[in-house]
Design a protein around this ligand. Structure first.
Ligand SMILES: [Zn+2]
Length: 632
């Protein structure tokens, strides 16, 4: 059995005179202490009170068993050898969330920051990793063949980002370019290290890309990445010591990144995500766990930007999948209000993957709404003002507001937090009904809850973007009008025989329904030459059309009319939207397997009409039954 022993020195400054110190910790073997089980508080009573204004160092010894249980905070694992004797063991920490208190007492809350000096004692045939590079290594004075590894002092950071590991991994080296390069070490068991070349080479590229994008420096000059076998999480963004599940990142680099496999794209996605966290999460941290969605939503959005930077159109596909995934999950599961209270059950809910997908989609909408210049200025204000500190979502919206005020991009009475609260505090999303009056050139807009359940009265702040058949401007995603009431009318002089299309590039988190005639105009234009409509709008039309038909909001003849163009479609997003929509939730299909079906569908074009007929009839039979089940 393995054990570890240690001691922690915590420097404190007394802001008030007291003889009580309350830390987070499990029961430790120290006299004159108390343990509050409910709150995980470790309470120390001292004989001599702390005097206000003075500084003290608390020295607390600790020891524990070292098991393979990841939730124990500090655990061991191994890489398989030929037999049990050949196993090569390593140790590793996982402190997010609340696990550090199983190892030693600390002030374990995300809003509390400290610098950390880590020194690890271990056998000389191992090496030591922590957030910061090794400063020096020296022999133990009382244990033969044992050494002390002392690491550089860390930046100010919360306890959950602290990490260390003892192992005998082998590393690949890579670096960013420029005046102050950041060194990367990507390490695993020697038998696997060659398979880490994609993670090793892409991490510095992504890091540098984000440094340029955010324009706010990250203090690290060295970042280590460890590939860990049997890790129960995909990755953890410890500042300077990023940890991955080995099977997620074992992908070889290719000279040419144009034709990546699914596994390689996933690796890039994960590395990109963790690199974003060096800023969003680590440099600026949330004040409490109930706002975790903000960091994860931002990480998801920029993860896609990073992948797009390395491989064109791949980031776009990621964002598309997140959007479709979120829309689908609101239907299949209970709709999600993101801004959960600090109630414990809701905290759990806020860490579910589809909550993050929704936030990522909403951040994309925010970016489009404000335009790149204002959005990135807001990010800059946010990151530079709150570096090494903690924030709430309101402070994030506040910086976006500040940037938008300078540019006048939003009407005076439109506040970013009011707009965004309507998307995060309310569950679900709206369906925008666009009904044209062809006699007097007006359009009436009505927003409805997606579930078409009459009891809903939610109103969202919907940024409207649109183009027309004669204009075909699919490049501008800036807001042209706002719908902030349940309904409104607008004068729009349009030709009777041209379509109008809302939600350019599907940047808004809402579906759009049209009057019958407008649908017909879109259908015949798609059928004539679908390439003249932006690929993301084609995907949205396909997705919306199938959904609206399933909800009984459009006639199935209309849906078939719009969808009949799909036989000519050859791009990822509309094809995936088609198969996801047709099979929505029934077969539990992933976007990528639906692409395979869509491709098959394309090649089997002559059976297409029969397939559609069959599928639609099949839906008619089971739809009512299925949706009744869903509402339970
Ligand atoms: Zn994350």
């Amino acid at each position: 059995m393995f054990r570890y022993i240690g001691s922690v020195n915590i420097s404190v400054h007394a802001q008030t005179s007291t003889n009580l110190v309350v830390l987070h910790g499990e029961l430790f073997n120290i006299s004159r202490t108390e343990y509050n089980r409910e709150k995980d508080y470790f309470i120390i009573e001292v004989h001599m009170p702390f005097v206000r204004g003075r500084s003290y160092v608390l020295t607390l010894p600790f020891q524990n068993k070292l098991t393979e249980d990841f939730k124990s905070g500090y655990f061991v694992g191994y890489n398989e050898g030929k037999n049990e004797m050949d196993r090569s063991w390593f140790s590793l920490t996982q402190f997010e969330r609340n696990y550090i208190r199983n190892v030693f007492p600390s002030f374990d809350e995300p809003a509390l920051r400290a610098t950390f000096n880590v020194t690890l004692g271990h056998h000389r045939r191992f090496q030591s990793f922590s957030n910061m590079p090794l400063l020096r290594r020296f022999n133990s004075s009382d244990l033969k063949d044992y050494v002390w590894s002392m690491h550089e002092v860390s930046p100010l950071m919360p306890t959950y980002l602290l990490a260390f590991s003892i192992n005998n991994f082998t590393c690949m080296f890579s670096t960013t370019f420029g005046r102050e390069p950041v060194e990367f070490r990507t390490c695993s068991h020697v038998t696997q290290v060659q398979a880490l070349s994609l993670a090793s080479l892409s991490a510095p590229k992504l890091f540098q890309y984000f440094e340029n994008l955010f324009q706010v420096p990250c203090p690290l000059r060295e970042i280590q990445q460890l590939a860990i076998p049997h890790l129960p999480i995909a990755a953890m963004e410890n500042w300077g010591l990023v940890v991955y599940s080995d099977e997620m990142i074992m992908q070889k680099n290719q000279k040419n990144l144009t034709n990546l496999t699914q596994g390689q794209t996933k690796t890039l996605q994960l590395v990109s995500h963790e690199m974003v966290h060096m800023w969003f999460g680590n440099l600026v941290t949330i004040s409490w766990w109930d706002s975790l969605w903000l960091n994860e939503g931002l990480a998801g959005y920029f993860e896609a930007a990073g992948v797009e930077y390395l491989q064109m159109n791949s980031g776009r596909k990621i964002l598309f999948k997140y959007r479709e995934g979120s829309l689908m999950n609101e239907l299949m599961d209970k709709p999600v209000a993101i801004n959960a209270s600090s109630d414990k059950g809701l905290i759990e809910n806020s860490s579910v993957a589809y909550v993050y997908q929704k936030v990522t989609t909403i951040v994309r909408m925010l970016n489009a709404m404000l335009g790149d210049e204002v959005f990135y200025e807001g990010l800059y204000f946010y990151l530079s003002q709150y570096s090494y500190s903690n924030t709430t979502p309101d402070q994030f919206w506040g910086k976006m507001q500040m940037a938008s005020l300078r540019s006048g991009v939003l009407p005076d009475d439109h506040k970013v937090n009011t707009i965004m609260d309507s998307w995060t505090n309310q569950a679900g999303y709206p369906v925008l009904d666009v009904i044209r009056n062809y006699n007097n050139n007006t359009i009436s807009f009505v927003q409805n809850h997606f579930s078409s359940n009459e009891s809903h009265s939610e109103v969202w702040w919907i940024p409207l973007t649109y183009t027309t058949q004669s204009e075909r401007n699919f490049s501008s995603t800036r807001t042209k009008a706002w719908l902030i009431q349940p309904s409104m009318h607008l004068n729009m002089p349009l030709l009777t025989e041209e379509w109008v299309m809302f939600n350019i590039q599907a940047v808004g988190y809402y579906r759009v329904n049209y009057d019958e005639h407008n649908w017909r105009l879109i259908a015949s234009d798609l059928y004539e030459n679908h390439k003249r409509i932006h690929v993301l709008n084609r995907a949205q039309i396909v997705s919306d059309c199938l959904y609206l038909w399933q909800q009984g909001r459009i006639r199935w003849l209309t849906a078939v009319d719009v969808l009949k163009y799909i036989i000519e479609e050859d791009e990822y997003e509309p094809l995936v939207a088609f198969v996801l929509g047709v099979t929505n939730g029934f077969w539990g299909m992933s976007p990528d397997s639906s692409l395979i079906i869509a491709k098959w569908l394309g090649s089997a074009g002559k059976w297409y009409a029969e397939f559609i007929n069959y599928t639609f009839n099949w839906f008619v039979l089971i739809k009512s039954k299925h949706f009744r089940q869903l509402q339970m």
